[in-house]
Design a protein around this ligand. Structure first.
Ligand code: NDP
Ligand code: MG
Length: 384
């Protein structure tokens, strides 16, 4: 039996993780669930999977949930202490880190310290704290298994090969809903337009990140940490059909790719059962006669210049990726509320990056301080 804690169980990745747990109920036991405030869905999940511990980050929502599940022997905690308790409880072997945003950093660090294997969806963790996470994973000898589809593809294409044999990574991108559009058009697009992703159904934040292509910048940084590569070894390639999830080009020119339909349950299931492969009971399978063609384009880094800024932040390193990520989190939240425009997202990130003095090897506290300072800085410039 695998004992698994799911952080972010009410989100897109969390729900799909539980679909797999349902299909493999005789092999997967859910020990803990974490959400922010969606207690209606969380209650359904609790009644189905009967974890010992849950956390609702929002205190008032947690109180309501406690009342609603009085009949069950389940402990309800709140806040960061509650998330960390769920991530470190002794009865879990693996933690699925699928909360959205920088709130995911500390629980992941604590879970690794507690010796848990990690199935990592939350990309903000490696982007901002890769220099802390990667040595810790080594020290604690735990598995860090990527859930993000591109990183799972690279991990599968590597399959034990020495990373010195890697010439480069071809990191594929769908291009999002605005592929081929120009800046003047993008100035006036709305959150509703940005949320219409052509290939993937995901949470709102990452869907907007796909539309700006900032998601790909975060993934470049994530891949550099996971596979111990320089940013220059990672080439972003627009592949509109999202069938090739990424490729590894080896020093001898050989290229190995991982392919499949765009369905996150595949990389999630791969991480949950690694190193075994299991029959996929859910969804369709790829049919190349129907797919017909796979196409490739260079990304338009002039229009989608958030991608260029992210690559620059990754090369600068230290606390700069945190500034890039925090500025993006702030801007995406305001864009989703209709308070700023789509092209304000890269504009604000650029201003925040230009005003930041880099801290090398930031500690978790310095990362969180940098996040706060970035929020304060942007709030000031948006006000003025
Ligand atoms: P969603 O927005 O769908 O879900 C986010 C989850 O995190 C929800 O369960 C939410 O709870 C919870 N959450 C948010 N804030 C807090 C908090 N303060 N405390 C506790 N829980 C919190 O996001 P996704 O599932 O799309 O993405 C999750 C992560 O995985 C992101 O980092 C994303 O970049 C990454 N990822 C996602 C992919 C996808 O296909 N969706 C693909 C690759 C990576 P509530 O519902 O109660 O608000
Ligand atoms: Mg991805």
């Amino acid at each position: 039996m695998k004992n698994i804690a799911v952080l972010g169980s009410t989100g897109s990745i969390g729900v799909q993780t539980l679909e797999i747990a349902r299909e493999y109920a005789n092999e997967i036991k859910i020990t803990a669930l974490v959400a922010h405030s969606n207690i209606e869905l969380l209650e359904q999940q609790i009644r189905e999977f009967m974890p010992r511990l849950v956390c609702v980050y929002d205190e008032s929502r947690a109180k309501l949930l406690r009342d609603n599940i009085k009949d069950l022997p389940v402990r309800v905690m709140t806040g960061m202490d509650g998330i960390i308790a769920c991530a470190t409880a002794e009865y879990a072997d693996m933690v699925v880190a699928a909360v959205v945003g920088m709130i995911g950093i500390l629980p992941t660090i604590e879970a690794i310290k507690a010796g848990k294997n990690i199935a990592l969806a939350n990309k903000e963790t490696l982007v901002t704290a890769g220099h802390i996470i990667m040595p810790l994973v080594k020290e604690k000898n735990v598995d860090l298994l990527p859930v993000d589809s591109e990183h799972s593809a690279i991990f599968q294409a590597l399959n034990g090969e020495n990373n010195k044999s890697i010439y480069k990574i071809l990191l594929t991108a769908s291009g999002g809903p605005f592929r081929g559009m120009k800046k003047s058009y993008l100035e006036s697009v709305t959150a509703e337009d940005a949320l219409k992703h052509p290939n993937w159904r995901m949470g709102p934040k990452i869907t907007v990140d796909s539309a700006t292509m900032i998601n790909k910048a975060l993934e470049v940084m994530e891949a550099a940490w996971l596979f111990n590569l320089s940013i220059d070894q990672i080439q972003v390639l627009v592949h509109h059909q999202s069938i090739i999830h990424s490729m590894v080009e080896y020093v001898d020119g050989s290229i190995i790719a991982q392919l499949g339909l765009p369905d996150m349950r595949l990389p999630i299931q791969y991480a949950l059962f690694y190193p075994e492969r299991r029959y996929m009971k859910l969804g369709e399978r790829a049919d190349f006669i129907r797919i017909k063609e796979l196409t490739f384009e260079e990304p338009d880094m002039d229009t989608f210049y958030g991608l260029r800024l992210g690559i620059e932040a990754g090369k600068l390193g230290g606390s700069m990726p945190t500034v890039f990520n925090a500025a993006n989190e702030w801007a995406v939240a305001r864009f989703l509320e209709g308070k700023i425009g789509f092209m304000d997202i890269p504009r604000l990130i650029e201003e925040a990056m230009r005003s930041h003095k880099i801290i090398q090897n930031p500690s978790p506290d310095e990362i969180l301080n940098t996040e706060k300072q970035t929020y304060d800085f942007i709030e000031e410039i948006v006000k003025s």
